[in-house]
Write a new protein. Structure first.
Length: 286
């Protein structure tokens, strides 16, 4: 996650192909100051977690953003929880796979039953160790590398993840080297996440604006969030379509789609912007 951004303003939007607007902005409880993952459960509740270093707690919010329940995960550590998703049979998957400095080798996914979690104050989750194809372990800590990940989503009985590429533009000749990678993982066995595709963000630029911070699937379509906007994954070899262009930078870290033209986006607390916030964003083709 990017912390202490110096210039952050309110979220405004401009895009020539789409008309979009924030229909609701909710200020969340300060317990969610580092909110990093959200999903919708039973159409009425938002399930959320915080980023690394916070308590290993899963929060349940109503659609007004109020915390209605929380469950503490025993024998779990929030080393770097970056996103979450809900799969079959109300199973929640939490991605503890943040790898800011490129040298982490203990990445994992925690699994728990949401029905049980909503009834209890504490719960022991299942920990599933994972790795990523093509990502070697390195001892050195580096700021510029392609091995981070902040997104996970459920699609077709499979867990999918998109890497967060931290290689700066000035360090490579080919922009393809800076493109995010799409991975697939067996939700039962875990193990190694397999490379499925390389994304194609046309105007990928220097810095962090095009780094993927969350993703979701809806009606077989894949969407992903960056600090610069919301994109739709169009398939192998095809340029990704930018649905929303965020004109002003904010610390947007979590995404869930309600339908193909409406989503929720969560932003962490920032000392300049305030927050944390939960935005409802809607758009339509002009």
């Amino acid at each position: 996650m990017i912390r202490g951004l110096l210039t952050i303003t309110l979220l405004f939007f401009f895009l020539s192909s789409y008309a979009q607007r924030i229909t609701q902005r909710i200020k969340l409880d300060r317990r969610l100051s580092e909110i990093s993952g959200i999903d919708i459960w039973q159409d009425t509740l938002v399930v959320a977690v915080n980023d690394g270093g916070n308590l290993p707690v899963v929060y349940f919010l109503n659609l007004e953003g109020e915390i209605v329940h929380e469950v503490y995960l025993k024998n779990a550590r929030n080393k770097d929880w970056e996103d979450l998703t809900i799969g079959k049979n109300d199973t929640l998957y939490i991605g503890d796979f943040g790898n800011n400095l490129g040298n982490r080798k203990d990445r994992a996914i925690y699994k728990l039953d949401l029905k049980e979690g909503f009834k209890k104050d504490t719960l022991v989750p299942v920990r599933m160790g994972i790795s990523f194809e093509g990502q070697p372990y390195q001892k050195e800590k580096v700021k510029s590398h392609p091995y981070d990940c902040e997104s996970i989503f459920w699609k077709e009985d499979t867990l999918w993840m998109i890497s967060k590429n931290r290689i700066s533009k000035k360090e490579v000749k080919s922009l393809k080297t800076r493109q995010p990678i799409l991975y697939a993982l067996d939700p039962v066995k875990g193990g190694k996440a397999i490379v499925m595709d390389t994304l194609n963000i046309k105007r990928i630029r220097k810095g962090y604006k095009d780094q993927v911070t969350s993703a979701d699937a809806f009606n077989s379509k894949i969407f992903f969030l960056t600090y610069d906007g919301i994109y739709e994954y169009k398939g192998s070899g095809v340029e990704e379509e930018q649905l929303i262009n965020f004109k002003k930078l904010t610390q947007k870290e979590a995404l869930v789609f309600i339908n193909e033209q409406k989503c929720l986006v969560a932003a962490e607390y920032n000392r300049i912007l305030g927050g944390p916030y939960l935005y409802t964003i809607e758009w339509r083709t002009k």
